[in-house]
Design a protein around this ligand. Structure first.
Ligand code: CMC
Length: 429
């Protein structure tokens, strides 16, 4: 028996419209509002899209109330424990875990594409040495369409897949090149004998004057962080990628737009801001003062790394990262006063009425910076780490959308400006 539709009635005119109910395999049902403007003459108003599903997707599921995150049905905890980043990339892109032959082929292909066009390094060298790496990333990734324009027929599934693979593969090379430009170090080429994370670390930190041994602790930590950041359904940057993609723009342009959206402090830029905030707090004794600031409506300060649009419970990624931060520090024989500070901040905030009432918990960005810091990643590169991992999600979502093209994304508005008025000559104003 098919489900009865929702009925929306305009109490003023008495007109009604039937709104079909859509149910996915999990999660809240939605009702379709497409018929509302033509039948009732109204548009819907939902700033921040807090109540709006923009697409149907089979990639990632979140239950924010329960604190559940799954990629293609697999719990994030299992993937974090048992999988690796490239296997997760294959899963997100293709819908199933790879068998051994598929895995080998996929990793070989990712490895094969890891070099970038030599002229891209010339392009990077044009930036000022202290340019923010996220600004460089957005520019350089956008420019890839100029370097790899030969296979950009977006009606060809093979070309689409190639562009997606190229981006996953080249992102660490570009990120490391941006860092090396800042440091004044010569270009490092990707050593293909290493795995994805080892290769990245080698490109980041090796210098010609010394032999560089990649730390297995660091490579494993990156692999874990990359898995946890790989996708998160229709977050701001992914929605940006889809919106730009809906215009038919090339995938490099879409991902460059995603990088720009990610950079914002309310989104991926929060990991950089968390570290700056912890440094500013400085000492455990100052925690109550900063908690009070976060609660003060007249103070723009927000507790960075806390809160989430969807999670109204623990962010499962934060729980895993907190444990990993302990492990990494211990394996490296380090201690970090900022870790103690972060733990105390979490403890005090979670006991506070304001945070309890608003269901504000630590999110993915709260502890990740502690690990990046322990591994020698400069604070300005934190969001770049997020971008490397999220590229997998962006291209998977873009591929899904491109395989089932929808209409161009085009929201409406409530116009609150001047009504019609006549132009006045400049001397008469
Ligand atoms: N500190 C203090 N108060 C907060 C915070 C916070 N971090 N987050 C939300 N609130 C309050 C907010 O003031 C509001 O109060 P009221 O109802 O009295 O006006 C209420 O909680 C709801 O907040 P909201 O801004 O309406 O929630 P949102 O869903 O629009 O925003 C958020 C979600 C993540 C942008 C927000 O929680 C925030 O700014 N957090 C800090 C930045 C951060 O850590 N971002 C990373 C997000 S997770 C990873 C990612 O997306 O990249």
């Amino acid at each position: 028996m098919s489900e009865k539709p929702m009925i929306l009635t305009d109490q003023n005119s008495g007109e009604s419209v039937e709104l079909p109910i859509n149910r996915g395999t999990e999660g809240e049902p939605t009702f379709e509002i497409k018929a509302v403007p033509s039948k009732l003459g109204y548009f819907t108003y939902d700033p921040g899209y807090a109540a709006t599903a923009s697409c149907t997707s089979k990639i990632t599921f979140i239950d924010g109330g329960m604190g559940i995150l799954r990629y293609r049905g697999y719990p994030i905890e299992q993937l974090a424990e048992q999988s690796d980043f490239l296997e997760v990339a294959f899963l997100l892109m293709n819908g199933e875990l790879p068998n051994r032959a598929e895995y080998d082929e996929f990793t070989a292909e990712i490895t094969y594409h890891s070099m970038v066009h030599e002229k891209l390094n010339t392009f990077i060298s044009g930036f000022h040495y202290d340019a923010h790496p996220m600004a460089m990333m957005a520019g350089v990734v956008g420019s890839l369409a100029a370097f790899y324009h030969a296979k950009l027929d977006m009606s060809d599934p093979g070309h689409r897949k190639l562009a997606a693979m190229r981006m996953i593969s080249k992102m660490p090379t570009i990120a490391a090149a941006c860092y090396r430009h800042h440091m004044g170090w010569p270009t490092a080429y990707p050593p293909n004998g290493l795995n994805y994370c080892e290769r990245f670390l080698h490109m980041m930190f090796s210098v010609p004057a010394e032999t560089y041994e990649v730390s297995s602790v660091a490579a494993r930590a990156f692999d874990l962080l990359f898995i946890l950041h790989a996708d998160h359904e229709q977050n701001a940057s992914t929605s940006t990628v889809r919106l730009v993609g809906s215009t038919g723009a090339n995938p490099y342009a879409c991902v460059a737009a995603g990088i720009s959206a990610l950079w914002g402090p309310a989104h991926g830029g929060a990991n950089e801001q968390v570290l700056k905030m912890l440094e500013q707090i400085g000492d455990v004794s100052n925690v109550p003062k900063f908690v009070a600031k976060a609660k003060d409506r007249d103070d723009p300060f927000r507790m960075m790394g806390f809160g989430h649009r969807v999670y109204k419970n623990f962010d499962p990624r934060a729980t895993i990262i907190r444990e990993a931060a302990h492990e990494v520090l211990s394996e490296l024989g380090q201690s970090d006063p900022l870790m103690d500070l972060a733990l105390e901040l979490e403890r005090i905030a979670l006991e506070d009425e304001y945070f309890i009432e608003k269901k504000l918990y630590p999110n993915v960005d709260f502890y990740s910076g502690i690990i990046y810091r322990a591994l020698g990643i400069p604070v300005s590169m934190f969001t770049v780490m997020f971008a490397i991992a999220r590229t997998v999600g962006w291209v998977s979502q873009w591929l899904e959308q491109s395989d089932n093209p929808t209409r161009i994304g085009r929201p409406r508005q409530v116009y609150a400006g001047e009504t019609e008025r006549n132009y006045v000559d400049i001397d008469q104003r």
